[in-house]
Design a protein. Sequence first.
Length: 303
Amino acid sequence: MEKPLRNKVALVAGGTRGAGRGIATELGRAGATVYVTGRSTTESRSEMDRPETIEETAALVDQAGGVGIAVRVDHLIPSEVRALVDRIRSEQGQLDILVNDIWGATRMEWNKTLWESDLDYGLRTLRLAVDTHAITGHFALPLLIERPGGLVVEVTDGTDEYNAANYRVSFFFDLAKAAVNRMAFSLAHELESHGGTAVALTPGWLRSEAMLDAYDVTEATWRDATAKSPHFAISESPAYVGRAVAALAADPERARWNGQSLSSGGLAQVYGFTDIDGSQPDAWRYVPEVQDAGKPADTTGYR
């Protein structure tokens, strides 16, 4: 099987679960060596208090045909991130792909204004969602730009176009996701002269481990959740956004995307990859045209 990312080194920051796990696994399937970082290990859990671990993700990378290396890192602590990058430099001598997928929020405060929000929790959310990305980029990018062609993927929720026109969940969530989109825009300008590419990338309605648990379904039975939430029919597995990142990383002309806000469904139409069921869900076209428009759930033409 073709391994277009053989001899490439990736860092998936925030690779414990969800999109990060899917991205790490698919980069491994394409042959990459993948450093998987997070705070949830076989020895201790993060504040999210979920069972998934970075060691499990690294094992999935191995099983897919890559090399997975789990490293416990708190991306809010600069010294830990610096040590991580020093280790990558020592062990690999290069970094070709940086995926910033760090999130770590433990709950959603739906439709909370700034003055109604839990201020401590809101500020903690910004620290987890924004500061971590900036800290990681600060230390990782000097290694990435040593070789032309580096790729930075800032994983967010919602495209720039959608988020600019829609209030997203609450003040702090909205701000966090807009900031991450803007990070990719800024990094695109800073990386261009070094031959690098930065993009923002959003999955659609993601069937993460937590989401499956919330609906009391599994990946095999996820369609049962449409009885509670009919629009869940447009949902996608974490592998789908992983395949989007792998396709970007393998594209010799990926610089054409520099600074853009992209989605897994949109890139599937360009690169031809599919989700694990063979479909191509396009959530960020479906959401405004069907869900937000108040139409009955119908994915015809959208997956």
